[in-house]
Ligand binder design. Sequence first.
Ligand code: ADP
Ligand code: MG
Length: 554
Amino acid sequence: MMDHKKTEPDLSYRNGIALYGEFTAIENRKVRYAVSLTERDLTIQKITSTPAGRSKVVYNLKDCVGCRAYRGDDNTDTAAYFSAFFYPFKKRWMSSGLSRQRLEQCFRVELLQDSRANLEEAERWARAIRDSSVRHQHLRNGVEFSEVRRPCRVMLLVNPQSGKGDALSLFTGHVQRMFHEAGIPHTLVITERQNHARELVREADLSQWDALVIMSGDGLLFEVVNGLMEREDWREAIQIPLGILPGGSGNALSASIHHYSGAQAVSREELLVSCGFLLCKGLVGRMDLTSVHLSSSRRLFSFLSLAWGFVADVDVESEKYRHVGAARFTVGTLVRLASLRVYQGKLAYLPAEAEEERPVSIEVSPQRPPPSAFCPASLLCGPAHDSPAPKATHTLHNSCHSNNSFKGKKNEAMPGHRALTGPPDSLLVPLDQPVPSDWVVVKEEDFVLMLAMYQTHLAEDLLAAPQASLEDGIIHLFYVRAGISRTALLRLFLAMEKGMHMATNCPHMVYAKVRALRLEPYSPKGVITVDGEAVEYGPVQAQIHGGLARLITG
Ligand code: ADP
Ligand code: MG
């Protein structure tokens, strides 16, 4: 173990090899390894006198979250150590599927009797492995991904009530160690009530943080996104990289991110490990947000879905089955199928193709007209609101912020708050005016459901919009007309597990790619959900804003 050799002094990549060294195993110092590092992988070969024993193991650095150097516990030990942490795909126990599983490789460095020199050498290796594992991952499918700053200061928001109420133990059990391995310092914030996170990010000094990560279902991210969009500096605030770890019962965005990474569908803890891994890799992409106008002139921002009818009812009614975790939607679907009903209303949308010439970008002129007092309709760019607006805006923000006495009222995502910030909605006209002439007005007025999606997954096991991507600037609109049988609807939902519902050729289901939509339900009572959260029921319209937010996607 004394004959550790250092053949390459730096990262010069001679013969593709950046570093070469010989180290001993931690458990057994008689076992020695030849270790070489290239830009792509770490190769470990046992050194033995018999060629047959020289098995070689190659680890892809794409699967590496980090590497740490350290000294041994024993003070008399002059050696240093380094451990590299990999999460490669491996066959799951008792199944043919693949999921990421942890693998640690440790080496003992004993170059000299000098403990400092040994630690320096171990650190040099750890640094080189870390650097190589973040290199070469920046351009995928022609899309430029940026990386979160390192070391990255993460505010980790956990909703202790989400899912089965075990988000915190899921974090400590599956992700905390991975964050340590990746060298990601984080501050844990446990939410105390609904809208706590929303108030917190609305007031936070964001310069203290490099990313906001939530460990919950989609509901907590909905709070964070809206908290950011309610800030006066919303334009900068919404640039902060957001991350999500599945800790709730509705983990649709987590499932979508996992799906975008190209991995096989997994659930529960495996999804958590996958999302934790992608977070540690820290690649940031852009994510569409949809602005949603409700009848009392509130505006919300949504990253996932807008639902009415069957899906919205299941979302809300399945609350009582939350102890079964993600399966709550399956249970809720079966229960609702038994009392299937029809919902009356008027639906209209702006098709994506017909709208090519119009701007859908998030670009906002710095001189955009400020909102007039409590009339967020002025955020619309309809013909009735073309007049130049007054200059002073400060008092508006004050009134906006003074009205923030959130009481965590159930079934209402944003009690008493009016969002006056955010980009104008160039495609919408006020709700009391007819939709523009280039919109399609749906003939039927009897529906079973309306579902607008901007990411692929509606739940962990519901691939509702297989064509969606993080930043396609498109609302994937589905509606199911009345007249569908229970069996046919059940068949649709079963097919949705694999994203095959379009292939069922169900004559009652319609799918359209749209940029904006409006729904006017007729019945006085009902449920509308935004990102799985019940919002004020009534007329609603929405438009997409391409790439408005940033998301850590891996
Ligand atoms: P789930 O997927 O299990 O529903 P969510 O993240 O969607 O988990 O959270 C459910 C609801 O709980 C959301 O409406 C969210 O705003 C709210 N919430 C957040 N923090 C708390 C808390 N500490 N106590 C109660 N409710 C909370
Ligand atoms: Mg939820």
